[in-house]
Ligand binder design. Structure first.
Ligand code: ADP
Ligand code: MG
Length: 602
């Protein structure tokens, strides 16, 4: 048996952005399952104990590893998959960095049992904290069994850093889903604590989706299919009526690899817009195939974002394909553009939920900057409007109407302000002396947050919260170009970025109180907004930054506020620098005068 694994040269190794490969149990799951796919397995079993803390085991019937190669597989930059830098750009396999097994073995107790054929002897290798403990011959079937035990056993700080089992398990399931949704031709099972939670036989793609997400999707999936000279867009979307405010069925795959793509997401959402209620997110499973040469290959271990050469054209194809699929479907309940805003909660399946419980959990002590006393001139600012902002929801999607708040009712608010009606979860109606005032909730919140962010930047009073395991974020050239101008302001808000060179930064600190938002995503969004605005003067950039942050953290378009929240928001708005307009000039308040109202009744 020839030994097929070789060491990457240093030069190539250096071309590969190193980074944190193993951040949590889900990372191990991803790496091991991808290796099994690369090994040509037809059956892959995932066995997890205690959300991966105690055991992560991947059993496959792939080609196995020879006795001689077994140890080599765990060496850094050992890979059988590439040997020249050019190979990097013609990737067809999943893993290619040759550092996954080495990284895993460095932070866990690993056992590998593997054989290359059913009748040759297999090998059993034990490694812990990068040390080979033993290797012996054993009888085993063709394929590999990787058992990763006690992850981070030798890195206590890291082990402690793991989130609640629910969350870690949710992350594992997410990785599992991303893999099984592109491999319907392979059978998978997943067990957690001896309970089988998924059993996915070989099937077609549609059946695979239904097997993963449940039968209620049956008859609620519409076929998407658009083939053009430069890109093919295929897959399924959910029928408009299956859209929900909180949903985790949004999947893009590019050349069979999961990717996040906020811009393409908008293409889908826009196409759905006339058919769904505000704040609802459509379900989609969209597979994009494209010439790999038109991808901006950016190798980052945890990267799920991909840049395409001609994003706009692809946007159009996606948009067209989705519109066509909706149009063709007879499942539409008729085009009702004036549908009531629905506030029903999505079907909530506890067993599949992570930390994203439905409803709004408002923490009375919550302050996004944790800086204690705040310097406001106006007494009404003392109301914690931040409570309006649900940390668990920054996506712009609504979370339902179960807001709870324990904060006492603001006392000096006029009787009239207490008299508020929330309309469609979008507007607040309140009588004022001369008539009826209609307030656009989200815009009001953006104004209030903007003022606050500006104050933090100008007053340099943001508090940074160090992160234990900094994420590395790689910017595009365009993004990196504006970054230096923003670094100070970002620091004043609480972002602590360290330049690693090559447009990469590690995020060492984030604004206190914003721990639950995806910082990398947020930063990228913010930079994109700043670039979009195209400002050049420092003040303008600062404002663009504050506005982008405010938008990112403001309440979504549809959110039913409690009386207290509505009162608090209104109070903050009226003491803001400019209650009538958002920083970008959009109208926040419309007043219907008594005269106007009276006139309508004549
Ligand atoms: P990479 O996947 O980037 O090559 P890894 O560290 O993940 O690096 O794996 C190192 C090598 O070990 C792979 O290139 C492959 O040759 C071998 N290997 C890992 N997992 C398996 C598996 N399940 N079956 C067969 N070979 C495997
Ligand atoms: Mg790999």
């Amino acid at each position: 048996m020839s030994n097929v694994i070789h060491l990457l040269s240093d030069a190539i190794a250096n071309q590969i952005a190193a980074g944190e490969v193993i951040q949590r149990p889900a990372s191990v799951v991803k790496e091991l399952m991808e290796n099994s796919l690369d090994a040509g397995a037809n059956n892959i079993h995932l066995v997890v104990k205690d959300a991966g803390r105690t055991l992560i085991q991947v059993i496959d019937d792939g080609k196995g590893i020879s006795e001689d190669d077994a140890v080599m597989a765990f060496e850094r930059h050992a890979t059988s998959k590439i040997s020249t830098a050019d190979d990097l750009f013609a990737l067809s396999t999943m893993g290619f960095r040759g550092e996954a097994l080495a990284s895993i073995a460095a932070v866990a107790q690993v056992e590998l049992k593997t054989a290359c054929s059913n009748d040759s002897a297999g090998t059993l290798l034990r490694i812990a904290a990068s040390r080979i403990e033993s290797q012996e011959s054993v009888a085993c079937m063709r394929g590999s069994i990787f058992s990763v035990k006690n992850l981070f056993f030798n890195v206590p700080a890291r082990r402690k850093f793991l989130k609640a089992n629910e969350t870690e398990l949710r992350n594992i399931i997410t990785e599992f889903e991303r893999i099984v949704l592109v491999n319907p031709q392979i059978a998978f099972t997943m067990k957690h604590n001896d309970v089988e939670i998924m059993n996915l036989p070989v099937s077609n793609l549609k059946q695979r989706i239904i097997n993963v997400f449940g039968k209620r999707l049956n008859a609620r999936l519409l076929t998407v299919n658009a083939e053009t000279s430069f890109v093919n867009v295929t897959g399924f979307i959910g029928t408009p009526d299956s859209s929900r405010k909180r949903s985790n069925m949004q999947f893009f795959f590019a050349n069979n690899r999961y990717m996040r793509h906020p811009y393409f997401h908008k293409a889908v959402v826009n196409a759905f817009e006339p058919f769904i209620s505000a704040g609802e997110i459509p379900n989609y499973f969209i597979y994009i195939s494209i010439d790999p040469a038109s991808l901006d290959v950016n190798i980052h271990p945890t990267k799920t974002e991909i840049k395409f050469e001609n994003e706009q054209s692809i946007w159009m194809v996606i948009s067209g394909a989705v519109k066509e699929a909706i149009g063709k479907s007879s499942a539409l309940p008729g085009l009702d553009f004036n549908r009531e805003v629905s506030i029903e909660m999505p079907v909530y399946d506890r067993s599949r939920a992570g930390n994203n419980s439905p409803g709004i959990r408002l923490n009375p002590g919550y302050n996004p900057f944790g800086s204690g006393q705040r310097a406001y001139n106006s007494p009404s600012h003392a109301y914690d409007w931040e409570k309006l902002y649900d940390k668990n929801n920054t996506s712009g999607a609504d979370t339902g109407n179960q807001a709870e708040i324990t904060q006492p009712f603001p006392e000096n608010l006029s009787e009239e302000h207490r008299n508020m009606l929330t309309y469609h979860g979008k507007y607040l109606l309140t009588p004022i002396k001369s008539g009826l005032c209609v307030i656009y909730q989200r815009r009001a919140h953006i104004r209030v947050l903007f003022d606050d962010y500006m104050q933090r930047i100008v007053g340099k009073e943001g508090v940074s919260q160090g992160v234990l395991f900094p994420e590395v974020i790689t910017f595009t050239h365009k993004e990196a170009a504006v970054l230096p101008v923003l670094l100070d302001d970002l620091a004043y808000i609480g972002f602590d970025l360290a330049d690693l060179g090559n447009n990469s930064y590690s995020v060492n600190g984030i604004p206190a109180g914003l721990e639950n938002i995806n910082t990398v995503e947020a930063l990228k969004d913010i930079l994109d907004k700043v670039i979009e605005t195209g400002c050049e003067i420092k003040e303008e950039i600062t404002e663009a930054l504050a506005l982008a942050l405010a938008r990112k953290t403001a309440i979504p378009h549809c959110k039913y506020l409690t009386d207290e929240e509505a009162a608090s928001l209104t109070a903050s708005l009226f003491s803001s620098s400019s209650p009538n307009y958002t920083p970008d000039g959009k109208i926040i308040i419309v007043t219907l005068t008594d005269d106007e109202i009276d006139r309508r009744f004549k």
